[in-house]
Design a protein around this ligand. Structure first.
Ligand code: FES
Length: 168
């Protein structure tokens, strides 16, 4: 019998140590990730994404501005495209509204309902919003459209993460 031969006791000991290590890693990794993730997310919060919209070209007529950014979910990175309805109000201030209907999430369009011109219209259940994004009472949406924080850089519009407003 060779000296290098592993005894049954040693084999069991190695195997159990290995399996125990795997199990411990499986339990500890999600806990570590849970603890670290908020820190990483806080860094990403408040980021503004560049759009191709020149601020000088904005008028008081809402235009749809599409923009794309990279989203990282654990190890998976993907491109996400979002949209905003953007215009300048009577005071010349930029207004950037989310096109996501507050009823069930369809996409609202500007001025597409002939019976109610100059409003945002949701074709799914005839939801309507006034130009500033306020939901029209008596239509399905119960809250105004979310607003994007924005900033201007080198003449271009940058948009942040859309935020909900108070209910009308
Ligand atoms: S999803 Fe817009 S009105 Fe229902």
């Amino acid at each position: 019998m060779s000296k290098d031969r592993v005894s049954r006791r040693q084999f069991l000991s190695y195997t159990l140590t290995g399996v125990g290590g795997f199990m411990a890693a499986g339990i500890l990794m999600p806990m570590v990730r849970f603890a670290v993730d908020p820190v990483l997310k806080a860094e990403a919060a408040g980021e503004f994404v560049a759009t191709k919209q020149k601020v000088a070209d904005l008028t008081n007529e809402p235009v749809r501005v599409d923009f794309t950014y990279k989203q990282k979910d654990a190890w998976y990175e993907s491109d996400v495209t979002e949209s905003a309805w953007v215009y300048k109000d009577d005071a010349g201030k930029i207004v950037a509204l989310s096109p996501v209907c507050k009823h069930l999430g369809c996409t609202v369009n500007w001025n597409s309902d002939k019976e109610h011109p100059e409003q945002f219209f949701c074709p799914c259940h005839y939801g309507r919003y006034t130009k500033d994004g306020t939901n029209v009472p008596g239509t399905p949406p119960l809250a105004p459209l979310d607003v994007y924080p924005f900033k201007e850089k080198d003449g271009y519009l940058y948009l942040g993460k859309a935020k909900p407003r108070k209910e009308a």
